[in-house]
Design a protein around this ligand. Structure first.
Ligand code: NI
Length: 415
């Protein structure tokens, strides 16, 4: 017998939160999901990977972000005009669960890690929700159909597009929380926008989320906040340096494993499922968090058998990060030569990346569910670039690019 999906806690739980002030939980299913070990693990994954190497305050976790996304989705259900009436109770709960669980599959240092190990946090989130986990047990105990409903919202397969739009699209609970939260914890002022105003001007029109015409300024502000956060925080070259070092570190571990598996088995067995070329199981994935990775780096930094492993691990622990300059073929060749001369393998001591962003990508590059629609006073609906000259200019602006090349400071000193 399953418990009623709408079962309420005997009293509303209120969690203090620096961004939303309070996070309110009255649904028993949400409270029980927070208590699962898979959700608690998110406390041990930084929301912003290595960004705390630049902004020391950015120590917040995926746990607090996930609670924040839940809170925005809860407020949407309660406050966005027309939403509650458009959703069954089952759909309302599914939406809140999806918001809470949307990032549950993240691994340590997401991007650097995924690029070397062929794991994917979106696929992993779905596997955690549908697999043999505490999360799956909790969801099923309320309704056997709940796990698949929640998964389909997260992977954009839900037939009711409105639900996926609210969790991940252009103006969704996920982005709204991370902009505010990342800006709060980094201490930069760019990510702010008027969440209250945005929530007040959203409404449901023909089964789609739209913004009232009077909300255009709040939307412009939100798009601008997003653009600036990218260049000030997410694409900061120092966090990119940290990510490249992690990528090179994992590559080095993988290469040593090929020639000397016993060494890795002995020192850092928890990395093996990610580098042995086999499919990563949910269990192995959940087993790895950032403290475990750091423990691994510490162990490798103490062992002299493989100099590169030891040295890269030491650099990561001591924040002896790669330096960088704008990408240039001739500089790259010089760096490679110098590395070779000094006995460093450029496979592990050099890296480059390419960041690009257009201030606003409108509908033509996205599908229809992913555009920002404005409900005009005359009752017609227009895509935002048609009614906001600022967003139109942002959509037409040329692509901003930043390509950098990274290596150790000893080599740059020689340049
Ligand atoms: Ni998220």
């Amino acid at each position: 017998m399953s418990v009623s999906i709408n079962k309420k806690l005997t009293e509303i739980k209120v969690l203090r939160d620096p961004v939303h002030e309070y996070i309110r939980i009255s649904d028993e299913v949400i409270w029980n999901l927070i208590d699962t070990k898979e959700f608690q693990r998110l406390r041990r994954i930084h929301q912003l990977g290595g960004t705390y190497q630049v902004y020391h305050g950015a120590e917040h976790s995926r746990f607090s972000h996930s609670l924040g996304v839940y809170e925005i989705s809860r407020r949407m259900v309660e406050e966005v005009k027309g939403l509650k009436e458009n959703l069954t109770v089952f759909e309302q709960i599914s939406l809140k669960c999806a918001a809470l669980l949307h990032d549950v599959g993240h691994g340590p240092f997401s991007h650097a890690f995924e690029s070397v190990t062929n794991t994917n946090h979106e696929i992993m989130s779905i596997e955690i929700i549908l697999g043999e986990t505490q999360i799956n047990q909790v969801l099923k105990s309320y309704d056997p159909k709940l796990p698949s409903a929640v998964a389909s919202i997260i992977n954009h397969q839900h037939p009711k597009k409105l639900l996926t739009q609210l969790v991940s699209a252009q103006m969704d609970a996920d982005r709204m929380d991370y902009l505010l939260r990342d800006s709060f914890f980094t201490g930069v002022s760019y990510g702010h926008f008027d969440l209250e105003r945005v929530l007040r001007t959203l409404l449901i029109h023909n089964d789609r989320v739209v913004v009232k015409e009077s909300g255009i300024n709040a939307v412009e502000d939100y798009i601008m906040a997003r653009y600036q956060m990218y260049w000030q925080v997410y694409y900061h070259p120092v966090s990119r340096s940290f990510e490249i070092m992690l990528t090179n570190m994992f590559r080095a571990i993988k290469d040593v494993y090929q020639v000397d598996p016993e060494h890795i088995k002995l020192l850092t067995p928890f990395f093996i499922p990610f580098i042995n070329g086999k499919v990563v199981s949910v269990e192995d994935h959940l087993n790895l968090d950032e403290p475990t990775c750091y423990y691994g780096f510490k162990t490798l930094s103490k062992n002299p058998k493989y100099k590169t492993l030891q040295d890269l691990a030491r650099r990561l622990l001591d924040r002896d990060l790669f330096k960088y300059v704008d990408y240039d073929e001739t500089i790259k060749e010089k760096l490679e030569k110098l590395l070779l001369q000094q006995g460093y393998d450029s496979k592990y001591y050099l890296g480059s990346d390419s960041m690009r962003q257009r201030p606003y990508i409108p509908y033509r590059l996205n599908n229809e569910d992913n555009l920002i629609s404005i409900l005009l006073r005359d009752g017609t609906v227009a895509e935002i670039t048609k009614v906001s000259p600022i967003v139109e200019a942002m959509a037409d602006a040329k692509l901003k690019e930043d390509n950098k090349i990274f290596s150790i400071k000893e080599i740059f000193d020689e340049l």
